[in-house]
Design a protein around this ligand. Structure first.
Ligand SMILES: [Cu+2]
Length: 290
């Protein structure tokens, strides 16, 4: 009788979980509500896999834990006529070992899979087909198309006077063009303070540090316009430090490069426009005299 009742309690969370799983999943659910679509870049599916597997494992741990808590509350509740404290148990060796070992396995597992995926995502392209140098600056972006030797100088987006929600004028937001299906190396620099280069749909972001160059390696695999933003609080107009990434065909990319060339944007916007010219290693004028 008693064990039957216990089984019934265990059946509730199991049934709830099963009915959710069996109800059929939408694409949004399958990707754990991440703001992208599978196949957007060569890395996106990997990130979705890591994220979804992680939260399913953690949800299972959570469901088991909640079920055990509820079970203990119900089965060992104070009954009519009971007085005093129940038997005080502690240092149950098998249980102590169990809840030391299981979290250890979980943490090591998460670490191993994260390290594996991070290593794959961070693996440099030996010979990238496209090289982009990005400068973050308060509060816009400069894009150098390195091999083509043309540049785009971004100007801070402006709030749309007709929009009550403070949205920016879309046509004034800096734009980065990338050709679809090509290996891209993105070199990240900052002209002033720490920024972070984040293309939302790419599911990856990386800091841009003054005086240090960071790299991102990505192959965009789906054409479209993707929102980007600075992901590191960088001053008063940080929220307006937006950009768009247009992933286009090779032909459209070439046309865009030509349009930059036609409008006189030949050359590169280098570190000469950085606001800090006295970073470590560069030397201040006082040092140069010595
Ligand atoms: Cu910023």
């Amino acid at each position: 009788m008693r064990s039957k009742r216990r089984l019934r309690w265990a059946a509730i969370p199991v049934a709830a979980l099963l009915s959710v799983v069996l109800a059929g999943c939408t694409q949004q659910q399958l990707q754990g509500w991440l703001p992208t679509e599978p196949g957007t870049t060569n890395n996106v599916d990997r990130v979705i896999g890591l994220w979804v597997t992680s939260w399913i494992v953690l949800l299972a741990v959570g469901v088991i834990t909640w079920a055990l808590i509820i079970w203990a509350i119900v089965v060992y509740r104070r009954r009519k006529g009971q007085t005093g404290l129940p038997a005080q148990l502690r240092y149950n060796m098998p249980i102590e070992i169990f809840y030391t070992i299981v979290p250890l396995i979980l943490v090591l597992g998460f670490f191993a899979f994260t390290a594996r995926d991070q290593a794959a995502i961070e693996e440099p392209y030996a010979d990238p087909e496209v090289k982009i140098q990005v400068f973050g600056k308060q509060w816009a972006w400069d894009f150098n198309y390195v091999d083509e030797d043309v540049y785009y100088a971004g100007v801070q987006g402006q709030a749309d006077p007709d929009d009550d929600n403070g949205e920016l004028v879309e046509s004034e937001i800096p734009v980065l063009y990338l050709p679809v299906g090509k290996t891209v190396e993105i070199q990240l620099e900052s002209r002033d303070v720490i920024h972070s280069f984040w293309v939302i749909d790419f599911l990856y972001k990386k800091d841009m540090l003054p005086g240090k160059t960071n790299y991102m390696y990505v192959t965009p695999e789906r054409e479209g316009t993707f929102s980007g933003k600075c992901a590191e609080l960088c001053g008063e107009y940080h929220s307006m430090m937006l950009f768009n990434v247009k992933v286009v065909s090779q032909q459209e990319y070439d046309d865009y490069i030509q349009s930059l060339r036609d409008s006189g944007n030949e050359g590169q916007l280098g570190h000469e426009y950085d606001r800090n010219q006295n970073l470590p290693g560069i030397g201040t004028p006082a040092h140069e005299e010595e």
